[in-house]
Ligand binder design. Structure first.
Ligand code: PNS
Length: 164
């Protein structure tokens, strides 16, 4: 049974993330969507909120081989713990490549058997990122096309909290 881990900040989950998760779930036996700690980022949504939102989307999408978890330590430790065969990540543009390449090599340095598999984004999601969702939504823009419908309300509410 091949388990893979899709790690990320998911702050918040977008249609681009879900596209990668769905495609990974069609290739591998078990997919764990992992809300992991990125020391470089100050997250807008709490870990609990992000996990809960992703769980709702996975349930709404009907993906029985997808699980959701969180981890505050090194990704390679989690990979070892669950016996995952690989990390699966989405690649949008060349701008993603350097960062993802660096992480992939670092993870393999830390855990030599740790493979990273990249799935190229669907062209409709090329421009999409969590920070775009936060920026557009935070300024009252329409984010319905950016995030899964079942978490739209929750994301919109938190992003627009405190706006007059
Ligand atoms: O969505 P992001 O923020 O680009 O995802 C980055 C993430 C969370 C996958 C990365 O920061 C990570 O793997 N964090 C876990 C801690 C860790 O192992 N850091 C070293 C990775 S080279």
């Amino acid at each position: 049974m091949k388990t893979v881990v899709c790690p990320g900040s998911f702050d918040p989950i977008t249609n681009g993330h879900m596209d990668i998760v769905k495609r990974a779930s069609g290739i591998f036996d078990r997919v764990i969507v992992l809300v992991a700690a990125n020391q470089e980022k100050h997250n807008f949504f709490t870990t609990g909120e992000r996990v809960e939102m992703i769980r709702r989307v996975v349930e709404a999408e009907g993906l029985p081989n997808v699980e959701v978890d969180s981890h505050s330590g090194l990704l390679v430790n989690y990979i070892q713990q669950v016996g995952a065969a690989a990390i699966v990540k989405g690649l949008r543009a060349v701008s993603d490549f350097e960062y993802e390449f660096q992480m992939s090599l670092t993870n393999r340095q830390l855990l030599p058997e740790c493979e990273t598999i990249f799935l190229t984004t669907s062209s409709r999601n090329l421009y999409l990122s969590s920070s775009i969702v936060r920026q557009v939504g935070g300024l009252g823009g329409d984010i319905t096309g950016f995030v899964p419908p079942c978490v739209y309300e929750q994301i919109h509410r938190k992003l627009t909290q405190g706006q007059s």
